[in-house]
Design a protein. Structure first.
Length: 188
């Protein structure tokens, strides 16, 4: 696979790390990929999860959850947060900082859980001024991929990403994401 930044076929910078991410069309595919992360010793706090609030409501709700899963719990972390967040960017940033690993952005209709939520808090209000693409780019996702992810999220997709600890994990996650029907699988 080509690295989105360098164009190399199998690059991995152990000092800088990389992120592997992809868009899943449904909860079942995302759950399977998430399980592969867990089996490698990664925990829910290592995983970024982004989806629209509508997707969270339809794919991750109590009626859908006959059997609770860790990914479902992670998606639900942002539920109910939206009403507590004001409409101004300052209030959103304060809420992101207070919540730490999960946030609902009502102006964007977006649920973000994982390290990305904290990164957005560090980006300040400027990270949110450009909408979803601006927030994603502000968190380190290349602009061309951020635009693709925005489109996927708008179409009901679930974006999942993880920062692998080593090149072996990066390759494994890329393979697992693809084998579980993820689109737009990138390392950046």
């Amino acid at each position: 696979m080509k690295d989105a930044v360098t164009g190399d076929n199998d690059s991995y910078d152990h000092k800088e790390g990389s992120t592997t991410s992809g868009i899943f069309r449904d909860r079942s595919s995302a759950e399977k990929a998430y399980k592969s992360l867990h089996e490698r010793g990664y925990h829910k706090d290592d995983v970024n999860l982004m989806m629209s609030d509508d997707t969270r409501k339809s794919q991750f709700n109590d009626e859908y959850d006959a059997e609770r899963t860790e990914l479902g719990d992670k998606a639900m972390e942002g539920a109910g947060v939206g009403s507590a967040i004001g409409g101004t960017a300052g209030a959103i940033i304060g809420a992101i900082a207070a919540i730490g690993t999960s946030v609902a952005l009502p102006g964007l209709g977006l649920i973000i859980a994982g390290p990305l939520a904290a990164a957005l808090a560090g980006a300040g209000a400027g990270g949110l001024t450009g909408g979803l693409v601006g927030a994603l780019v502000g968190s380190g996702i290349p602009e061309e991929h951020a635009a693709e992810y925005e489109e996927g999220i708008k179409n009901g997709g679930i974006v999942m990403g993880v920062k692998p600890r080593n090149a072996e994990d990066a390759k494994y996650f890329e393979e697992q994401f693809k084998s579980n029907n993820a689109d737009k699988v990138y390392r950046y």
